[in-house]
Ligand binder design. Structure first.
Ligand code: CA
Length: 518
């Protein structure tokens, strides 16, 4: 019998009779934009390999929805944030680098409280301890025009769900509604939740009084067994039903409290990791990661169900590296960032390199990989670029650079780009590898690290030495001088704050001054 090639007619028939796969909402001229921000998630805390090889950590963690995002979108292998929370979040909101915003450290929920620890060698700098402000003349804040307000003005319905941590209580920046969000779910000045447990009302009372870090606004879930990660996802998706129905573009900032401490057990996922032989803290951490990934899956399913995936851009990012400095456990960390050096708080790669993924079906090629380095302040100009917003009025100077050209072509490279990290602060009481008073500068494959307390420069070639094990400063003084000159120029241009030695009362020398002596 002769084979009849019916298949193409069959396909044609499907095209003719099938319902439209895209909804009316997806015909909008502006895409929906979702920023899916994770807290304190390390570069290796996922089953998606971001390095050139699959590591033991990639095998430990289960993140099938991140795998889906990587399969359907673009993976950024050199994406950076600041070493701690608030500086990254303020840079994302404003496009300005921490050296410029002077929000160089994490802010306390309590107004006017400096979170810097006392350092034996350096005096603290006068940084913006109250964080970001959308209103001028608020003491100790960086005043700027926030991204959500610009999107809101340009027709976007804007939803905040989860952790804000933009500014301290009692300042305008503490309330996401003041920075341009139409809806705020569970966001405030707090930097981590008192508890992830619905059974505990997301609180952990102290002497009968609510904890300072009790999560606000989720009363409907109090007394239930709904984990915080799940509650803020469900509420976020409920909130964007409105713009979807009304055919309006939306901006969803789904900023998880996960995977920051406390390590509460997410019972939905814990057993698997205990059975793998992980200790209690490691298993709880892995379950927090999987709960976050489940949230990503819920978001993707929502887009599928409403047929708006094609017209929706998802940016997946973490705000700093995994917490590997854990004095409470005698230095035994539950997450490691390896092969990277150090973790949260450090300007070594472990503190700043992030798992970043982008899906945007109409533009981004599936399963593509971008090796160009990008940094969290780039989100601001990129999102405005994607939304087609031009000529908006800004108070602040933007340091970020749009990576839209990279989304269109993963091979776009700029090795001449200069980026920097500035952390003139002491993070915790304990010592650790460069978690206090350090800055760093990257150009091409080269990275310069400056430890202020010892006025010492280190030089690494990241292409050859991702683990920053081989300091080349002594053998390549000319390279150190070249980078230190560029670095110092940028610090001055940004009016970066610079600490003073307690002993002499003199300012710590700039990198170029130190390099000149080599
Ligand atoms: Ca963080």
């Amino acid at each position: 019998m002769k084979f009849v090639p019916v298949s193409k007619y069959f396909l044609l028939l499907i095209v003719l009779v099938a319902p439209q796969f895209s909804s009316a909402q997806s015909k909008l001229d502006k895409p929906n934009i979702i920023v899916f921000l994770v807290d304190d998630m390390g570069w290796q805390d996922t089953s998606v390999p971001f390095w050139t090889q699959v590591t033991a950590f990639n095998k430990r963690y289960r993140t099938p929805n991140m795998e889906r995002l990587a399969r359907e979108g673009m993976k950024f292998t050199n994406a950076y944030a600041m070493p701690v929370c608030t500086p990254s979040r303020v840079s994302l909101l404003t496009g300005a680098n921490a050296a410029r915003t002077h929000v160089t450290h994490w802010t306390s929920p309590d107004k006017d409280k400096n979170t810097d620890y006392e350092d034996p060698i350096l005096k603290p700098v006068d940084w913006n301890i109250n964080g970001f402000s959308p209103v001028a003349d608020i003491a100790h804040t960086f005043y700027g025009t926030p991204l959500p307000a610009i999107l809101q003005k340009n027709g976007y319905y804007t939803v905040h769900s989860g952790k804000a941590h933009f500014g301290s209580t009692g300042t305008p920046g503490s309330d996401p509604k003041n920075v341009g969000f139409d809806v705020n779910i569970a966001g405030s000045s707090i930097g981590h939740p008192a508890s992830y447990l619905g059974e505990k009302n997301y609180d952990n009372p102290v002497k009968g009084k609510p904890h300072r870090n009790a999560v606000p606004g989720l009363e409907a879930y109090h007394g239930t067994d709904v984990f915080l990660t799940d509650a803020i996802t469900t509420e976020a998706l409920k909130a964007i039903e409105k713009p979807v129905t009304e055919q309006k573009p939306f901006f969803l900032y789904l900023a998880h409290y996960a995977v920051h401490t406390p390590l509460n057990a997410d019972k939905r996922f814990l057993d698997l990791y205990l059975k793998m032989g992980l200790d209690s803290s490691e298993a709880k951490y892995a379950a927090l990661v999987e709960g976050m990934d489940k949230s990503l899956g819920d978001v993707l399913n929502f887009l599928d169900k409403n047929k708006i995936g094609d017209n929706t851009l998802i940016l997946f990012m973490s705000d700093n590296g995994g917490l590997s400095t854990t004095p409470a456990r005698g230095g035994q960390a539950w997450t490691h960032n390896l092969p990277l050096k150090a973790g949260k708080g450090s300007v070594y790669e472990g503190g700043i390199r992030e798992p970043m993924l982008v899906r945007w079906p109409k533009v981004v090629k599936p399963a593509s990989v971008a090796d160009q380095y990008v940094i969290i302040e780039d989100f601001f100009p990129t999102i405005l670029d994607i939304a087609g917003i031009k000529n908006h009025k800004l108070v602040q100077k933007v340091d970020g650079k749009s990576f839209l050209p990279i989304l269109k072509n993963a091979n776009v490279k700029d090795q001449s780009r200069e980026i920097l990290w500035h952390h003139p602060n002491r993070w915790i009481a304990a010592e650790g590898p460069n978690i206090h008073y350090a800055s760093a500068f990257r150009k091409g494959d080269w990275k310069l690290i400056y430890d202020y307390r010892n006025a010492k420069l280190e030089l690494y070639n990241l292409k050859a030495d991702i683990g920053e094990q081989n300091d080349l400063a002594a053998s390549k003084p000319e390279k150190v001088k070249e980078l230190a000159t560029l670095f110092s120029k940028k610090l001055k241009e940004m009016n970066a704050q610079w600490p003073v030695f307690k002993s002499s009362g003199e300012q710590v020398p700039l990198p170029d001054v130190v390099a000149a002596k080599l």
